[in-house]
Design a protein around this ligand. Structure first.
Ligand SMILES: Cc1ncc(C[n+]2csc(CCOP(=O)(O)OP(=O)(O)O)c2C)c(N)n1
Ligand SMILES: [Mg+2]
Length: 366
């Protein structure tokens, strides 16, 4: 049989705009206003400082487990800032930076991490899905939402976040396949942070890149420097436009690094080298954006100090508000409230049994 030219590692475009020191390739600089750039920087800093406070409160036993975002702020803020209010944001479980950009209140995030269902409530009319813990389960949801938007002839799109580990799940492949065949206006944002808990990227797939998997489904793929907020934004803006105007999906691989623990239940010192983490410290996305803004003469040390103070106050106020809210929450049966609009008979039975158990506990206490 004649051999036809088949390249196993088909090249995908690779995009970077800012180098490690915040210096710029001017030909690729996205056109963003000073206000937008400031808002992006502020959200990245909010996410970083919020993460630090969450860790600190978790270590004091005041919060439950959570997945820190440190190191991935550019991947999230660069991408979410390309989305419009009427588009869908479909997160995984590590998207606090993207959630903050979408206006999710910090006290809601605190409340959820403290173990209260109420913290996950999405305000009416907001097109954000709640956190999805089952890895990759959110990808088909995003494809369904985007397909419905197309069906209803709106020009809204959906953007879905997931990790490198999620690309080994069937849901990832089914979602990309359906999106390609049915021409669904969805943007797949993979944050390749090099780890799925203790499983390194090279054990996740033999594929040269994650972005190239797009080709198997007939959709566009692009790999970007995920610690370069401008590159992530430029790639995502193009993908959102393509989804909105042509109903073409895109897979974006943001190459980044999980600088922290997987969750607070994890100890990465037993499976990864400090030198790797230190090497990525040099590519810190926040420092890089700050250098860029300073180089453009639109950021100063005074502004930095003022912003840090403001954000720290905002975090403390949100924590105080959360503690107050917790005092007024004493109905654990709300866990049955949000799965279905009309509860199924099984949910009704479980709720009744749970209420009985709670009552017996209260009777025994008296
Ligand atoms: C279906 C499923 N399997 C296993 C788990 C346990 N688990 C939680 S996070 C995770 C790794 C996910 O890695 P990745 O997709 O790279 O996301 P990251 O945590 O790096 O953001 C695993 C295996 C889960 N939540 N859901
Ligand atoms: Mg990962």
């Amino acid at each position: 049989m004649p051999q036809i030219g088949m390249k196993p590692n088909d090249p995908v475009p690779v995009l970077s705009v800012l180098n490690q020191d915040g210096a710029l390739d001017e030909t690729l600089e996205p056109d963003l206003s000073e206000d937008t750039l400031h808002r992006m920087y502020r959200t990245m800093l909010e996410a970083r400082l919020f993460d630090e406070r969450l860790l600190n409160l978790q270590r004091q036993g005041k919060l439950g487990t959570f997945a820190p975002v440190r190191g991935q702020e550019a991947a999230q803020v660069g991408s979410i800032s390309a989305l419009e209010e009427d588009d869908w944001m479909v997160p995984s479980f590590r998207e606090n930076a993207a959630a903050l950009w979408r206006g999710t209140p910090m006290d809601g995030l605190f409340l959820f991490i403290a173990g209260y269902n109420e913290g996950l409530a999405i305000p009416d009319g907001k097109k954000d899905l709640p956190v999805a813990v089952p890895v990759a389960s959110q990808l088909p949801h995003a494809v369904g939402l985007a397909y419905a938007e197309k069906f209803r002839k709106t020009d809204n799109v959906a953007m879905v976040y997931f990790g490198d580990g999620a690309t080994s799940e069937g849901d990832f492949h089914e979602a990309l396949n359906f999106a390609g065949v049915m021409e669904v206006p969805v943007v797949f944002v993979c944050q390749n942070n090099q780890w799925a808990i203790s499983v390194p990227r090279k054990k996740q797939t033999a594929s040269h890149s994650i972005a190239q998997k797009a080709h198997a489904y007939g959709i566009q793929g692009i790999q970007v420097d995920g610690n370069d907020v401008l590159a992530v934004h430029a790639a995502t803006r193009d993908a959102v436009e393509r989804a909105r105007n042509e109903h073409k999906p895109t897979l974006i691989e943001c190459v980044t690094y999980r600088m922290e623990v997987h969750t607070t239940a994890d100890d990465p010192t037993v499976y990864r080298d400090d030198e790797d983490v230190e090497a990525w410290e040099e590519r810190d996305p926040i420092k890089r954006m700050r250098d860029y803004l300073t180089g453009k003469d639109i950021w100063s040390d005074d502004q930095e100090e003022e912003l840090r103070d403001t954000v720290k106050k905002q975090i403390e106020e949100a924590w105080k508000k959360t503690q107050k809210t917790i005092e007024g929450l004493d109905d654990p049966t709300v866990i049955f409230d949000h799965m279905f609009d009309e509860p199924t008979h099984l949910i009704k039975e479980q709720r009744a049994r749970f209420e009985q158990d709670l009552q017996s506990g209260r009777d025994a206490d008296e």
